[in-house]
Design a binder for this molecule. Structure first.
Ligand code: GDP
Ligand code: GDP
Length: 436
């Protein structure tokens, strides 16, 4: 059995249906579209989940082996990086068009790669396996699997098979304390913050070899609390500083988010807050992780500039209402102690035990003060609640007609539970079960 969730890369020539499949697997249109320096626009990343199993999906944006266009060459290089980072490769071909020259060139590359690979014949809706597969055996990549990214045919079976040997969640790191992932775009100050946290006298960490096959974890003490840094870039201790030894990797960032109790999302106050920042933070929220937003490089800003940054944050991150925002200077250390206090609190919140009797008392009181509405003359009833999980905290509420509960009422309940259990910095997942 594997101990981490898999990264699935989608490859194939343009127009075979990669981004359609990406949307189906991640269930979202708000993918993280890479517009980082050196990354092409069309590479997308996201979390998916199927039958409780999480996975990471990367749309490589296409392999175009024979192209002489320099932009295509860059796309090609990035697609290669994605392939190197992947655990499973899905090679898409177009069942309507049949086997084309570029498919053969890609097949040749993929055979050399030597990673677990599935050949998907897309656009096969309504067709029998023998009708679509025949032409593609010649690629020499084993049994072609007919699917329809657009209509969903064959996708559930495919995922069940691909994920069979993978866990529901990445195995917990064999370390105590709060697992923290520090994420953000290149140059926002992540390494500077890491050095501030690890490079000081208080650090008791010795050099740690990789504790698992893929994640490097560095334990450290801060203000008497135990933390473990889950590395996103590959860091190594050199002299008295820790330095990044690998290039920025979105896949590693997503893996670290997966393993974290709390994510510190770093933004750069001295540069525009971009769509990319918002999307990265959106992925943290989508994965249900506790999060503190650290606006770094707060030093050296005039008060009107600070006002502007505050405004930008509220404008661009309205969906992140659960995450506290802290203003820090990793370079000077200002605000870093308080930041770690928030990390500790968010950890306590995301691991909170919510006993059933207390949950029921809060539910009862909330309903008493503000009844759910009636639907077609029948009042929606909420009967009892219990905790459904931690990291993120989940509460399951049982009743009848709960599927008709208005969003505004769900928000009301969420806020009541949040207040009662001091759930700061975490997304609370409320789900409903109807018993009649
Ligand atoms: P990409 O360039 O590989 O990312 O391809 P896209 O996902 O953009 O899809 C290219 C075209 O194929 C679009 O017009 C899609 O609507 C269409 N398409 C994708 N999947 C299917 C499918 O399963 N069946 C059919 N008939 N068309 C599809
Ligand atoms: P990373 O790519 O996110 O790891 O970013 P680095 O930690 O390498 O920092 C990028 C640049 O920002 C470096 O030149 C840092 O010295 C600078 N920097 C980092 N933190 C601060 C800060 O708090 N204030 C200022 N003014 N500069 C900072």
């Amino acid at each position: 059995m594997n101990e981490k969730i898999p990264t699935i890369a989608l490859v194939g020539r343009p127009n075979v249906g990669k981004s359609t499949l990406f949307n189906r697997l991640t269930g979202t249109r708000d993918a993280l579209v890479a517009d980082l320096p050196g990354l092409t626009r069309d590479r997308q990343y996201g979390f998916g989940s199927f039958e409780n199993k999480a996975f990471i999906v990367v749309d490589t944006g296409g392999l175009m082996p024979e192209s002489a266009d320099p932009l295509a060459a860059l796309a090609e290089e990035q697609a290669q990086i994605a392939l190197q980072e992947a655990d499973l490769v899905l090679f898409l071909v177009d069942g309507l068009q049949g086997r084309l020259g570029p498919d053969e060139a890609i097949a040749k590359q993929l055979r050399k790669l030597g990673k677990p690979l599935t050949l998907l014949v897309n656009k096969s809706e309504g067709q029998t396996k023998t009708a679509v597969a025949g032409d593609f055996y010649a690629l020499g990549l084993g049994e072609p699997v007919p699917v329809s990214a657009q209509h969903g045919d064959g996708i559930a079976g495919l995922l069940r098979e691909l994920l069979a040997s993978y866990p529901e969640q990445a195995a917990p790191l064999p370390l105590d304390g709060v697992c923290v992932a520090i994420v953000g775009r290149p140059n926002v100050g992540k390494s500077t913050l890491v050095n501030r946290l690890l490079g000081e006298e208080r650090v008791v960490a010795a050099d740690m070899p990789g504790t698992t096959r893929d994640a490097i974890a560095v334990p450290f003490d801060y203000d008497g609390h135990r933390f473990t840094l889950i590395d996103t870039a590959g860091i190594r201790r050199r002299a008295r500083v820790w330095e990044a030894v690998e290039k920025f990797s979105i896949v590693k960032t997503l893996e670290a988010i997966e393993r974290a109790h709390v994510v510190v999302a770093v933004l750069d106050a001295q540069n525009d807050i971009s769509e990319q920042d918002a999307r990265l933070l959106g992925l943290v929220a989508q994965r249900g992780r506790a999060m503190i937003i650290a606006i770094n490089k707060w030093d050296g800003l005039q008060s009107d500039e600070r006002e502007q940054v505050r405004y930008q944050v509220s404008l661009k991150m309205p969906f992140l209402d659960y995450a506290p925002v802290r203003y820090i200077s990793a370079r000077h250390g200002t605000g870093v102690g308080e930041l770690m206090g928030f990390v500790q609190d968010a950890y306590d919140a995301t691991m909170r035990e919510m006993p059933t009797p207390e949950l029921n008392k809060i539910l009862e009181k909330a309903v008493e003060q503000h009844q759910p509405p009636a639907v077609l003359g029948r009042r929606i009833k909420l009967r009892y609640a219990h905790q459904g999980g931690q990291n993120p905290p989940k509460i399951v509420v049982h009743g009848n007609q709960t599927e008709k509960l208005p969003e505004a009422y769900k928000r009301y309940l969420t806020n009541r539970f949040r207040e009662a259990f001091k759930l700061v910095g975490v997304p609370l997942v409320l789900s409903f079960k109807t018993g009649d």
